[in-house]
Design a protein around this ligand. Structure first.
Ligand SMILES: Nc1ncnc2c1ncn2[C@@H]1O[C@H](COP(=O)(O)OP(=O)(O)OP(=O)(O)O)[C@@H](O)[C@H]1O
Length: 255
């Protein structure tokens, strides 16, 4: 289990401090696909940074599988909003980067990288540079690079937001397949209600308060079922998430 216990997080700004998290608690079970949704600035990315170990909490503790997080971990993969690809490396080199950094020999990583490139449908563009790829292809390269490292926790910050609607749906399906096949624990940030309900086995709706509050926690047991997007239950869940977000907005303006 992943446990965020009594965490505080404050940012120093020009003349004040922003208290984003105050005594925040969260548990994530192994194999869950947790989605974070909420208005801009409510603290979604900050929570990912805390889980990644890139940013220590100002108070409290985070444990992953019983181990306190004290900096980044090899088994946590983090996909950022702008893909994080190196423009001077081609697809193959970008995908193999993590393995090379870990000093895996070329003989070993070549096979793994080629497998992943094929799985992600990048075979035809493997010698291309990021500038020669579409947004969807770049996103698949970022995913491929993360997955070659066989993470046990995959964090994603709005990974599909820059894509056109159809490419986005295709990649949502790919993410779902990866999550189901590998029983990966994932935490994904999105602004899209449909994406949250399509991908999240649990959805946390956050409110832009100071500190951040969880205004809704929705279990979504049918996630991953064939044709889920077309069901009444899917529609019901998206309406519910929307109503929580709207109520959050109303509360905010009533302050
Ligand atoms: N490095 C920083 N220094 C100071 N304040 C910050 C810093 N990073 C974020 N903040 C503030 O903390 C709050 C939460 O930011 P965060 O990026 O986590 O929100 P978010 O929900 O991910 O937003 P978005 O949906 O726009 O990406 C915001 O008010 C933001 O202005």
């Amino acid at each position: 289990m992943i446990e965020v216990s009594h965490c505080d997080l404050r940012y120093n700004q020009a003349k004040s401090q922003v208290k984003v998290y105050d005594n925040f608690n969260l548990k994530i079970e192994q194999g869950e696909s947790l989605v974070l949704i909420g208005p801009s600035g409510c603290g979604k990315s900050t929570l990912l940074y805390l889980l990644s170990g890139l940013m220590p909490p100002t108070g409290g503790e985070i444990q992953i599988w019983g181990e306190p997080v004290k900096g980044t971990r090899q088994k946590t993969a983090f996909i950022l909003q702008e893909y994080g690809l190196f423009p001077w490396l081609n697809v193959e080199q970008n995908v193999s980067l993590g393995l090379r950094v870990r000093h895996m020999t070329k003989g070993k990583y070549k096979v793994l990288v080629e497998d992943m490139i094929q799985k992600m449908g990048l075979g035809e563009v493997k010698h291309n540079f990021p500038s020669q790829l579409s947004g969807g292809q770049r996103q698949r390269v970022a995913l491929a690079r993360a997955l070659t490292l066989q993470p046990d926790l995959l964090l994603m910050d709005e990974p599909l937001s820059a894509l056109d609607a159809l490419t986005r749906e295709r990649l949502q399906t790919l993410l779902l397949e990866i999550w189901q096949e590998q029983q990966l624990t994932t935490v994904l940030v999105t602004h899209s209600i449909e994406e949250a309900v399509f991908l999240g086995s649990r959805i946390l709706v956050l409110l832009d308060g100071r500190p951040t509050q969880v205004v809704g926690e929705i279990l979504n047991p049918l996630v991953g079922q064939r044709g889920y997007r077309q069901t009444e239950e899917f529609f019901r869940k998206t309406s519910y998430v929307r109503s929580l977000l709207e109520r959050g907005g109303l509360d905010e303006s009533a302050k």
